[in-house]
Design a protein around this ligand. Structure first.
Ligand code: NAP
Length: 287
């Protein structure tokens, strides 16, 4: 982390955090507070946000532009979630005098043009990069937090049932993503940067399960299903479009496995967290 004198505006920096109650957002809030920043959190449900008392929590909805001006007023920098059309949020940020924007995009923005998730995140990126604001794009790969989707099955049955074992992914610890976001919001050196952020190891699904078993300190069986078997099982708890996207994503990464990108370690100045380390922190979810 750079020396404190390179902070944008020392301790008076006011950072607006959208997605503040989310997977990465909660860690962004904690990181900003640890650096002495003044933080305003944007949420659609302030009553249940459960954020630290020093945070100014405001109600606003990124899908309702009329709610944004009071949420963004007096902000210096904005941590923005990619929800649908971000152009209204960017216009509100410019009108409020915000100078710097860090967008939580996705590695899928770097995928082929026909990838639906990629197109969604690319349109958010295009609105940011064509604004007059100083910008940084964060493109994380699969969050390690997604592994919590297996937590109930592991807790109840000690088993993970999934297709495409050989579809390698490099799960990234959301706390590491947040550390880069905090750095990019508060410090110079990230202007016009596109950071692809993955975890340190590309792992098959059975290797991800083994890493959770090590971190959580328990045994877990992996059973590989066919795509059709998994579709049947998943349809009880997941919408069809999500099933389609995941199956297409895994089929693609089975043929062209994801690799671990060194950018995150370089930016952190240390090794990013492994899945074992992440699982050890979340061991109660799996036991
Ligand atoms: N999951 C992954 O593996 C992954 C990987 C790469 C990129 N991403 C991207 O990361 C982002 C977060 O994903 P996630 O699945 O982990 O979700 P999440 O952060 O757990 O939850 C969504 C967050 O978005 C906020 N939000 C949603 N719609 C909003 C709106 N209209 N106005 C204001 N706030 C809104 C929610 O705030 P309130 O409910 O408090 O209003 C909540 O804080 C997504 O853009 C996703 O594409 C995810």
């Amino acid at each position: 982390m750079p020396a404190p004198e390179t902070l944008m505006k020392e301790i008076l920096v006011r950072i607006i955090v959208t997605g503040a109650t989310g997977t990465v957002g909660r860690h962004v809030i904690d990181g900003l507070l640890a650096h002495g920043a003044t933080v305003r959190a944007v949420t659609r449900r302030p009553d249940t946000a459960g954020l630290p008392p020093q945070v100014d929590v405001v109600a606003a909805d990124l899908d309702d532009p009329t709610t944004l001006p009071p949420a963004f007023v007096d902000g210096d920098a904005l941590y923005l979630l990619a929800t649908g059309d971000t152009s209204a949020a960017i216009a509100a940020a410019e009108a409020a005098g915000i100078r710097r924007i860090v967008l939580l995009s996705s590695a899928s923005a770097g995928f082929a043009d026909d990838d639906a998730g990629g197109a969604f995140h690319r349109s958010a990126e295009d609105a940011v990069t064509s604004s007059g604001l100083q910008w940084t794009l964060l493109r994380p790969g699969m969050f390690a937090a997604n592994l919590l989707d297996w937590a109930d099955a592991i807790k109840e049955h000690g088993v993970v049932r999934a297709p495409y074992d050989r579809a390698l992914q490099a799960p990234v610890d959301e706390r590491d993503v947040a550390e880069i976001a905090v750095n990019a919001l508060l410090y110079d050196g990230h202007a016009s940067a596109i950071h692809t952020l993955t975890g340190p190891q590309a792992l098959s699904k059975s290797e991800q399960v083994a890493a959770i078993a090590t971190g959580a300190g328990r045994s877990i069986e992996f059973v590989e299903l066919t795509p059709a078997e998994w579709r049947d099982e998943a349809s009880a708890s997941m919408p069809g479009y999500a099933i389609d996207w995941l199956l297409a994503y895994w089929a693609k990464t089975a043929d062209a496995p994801e690799t671990a990108d060194p950018t995150l370690g370089r930016l952190l100045g240390r090794a990013p967290a492994t899945v074992d380390e992440w699982a050890e922190r979340h061991r109660e979810a799996f036991r």
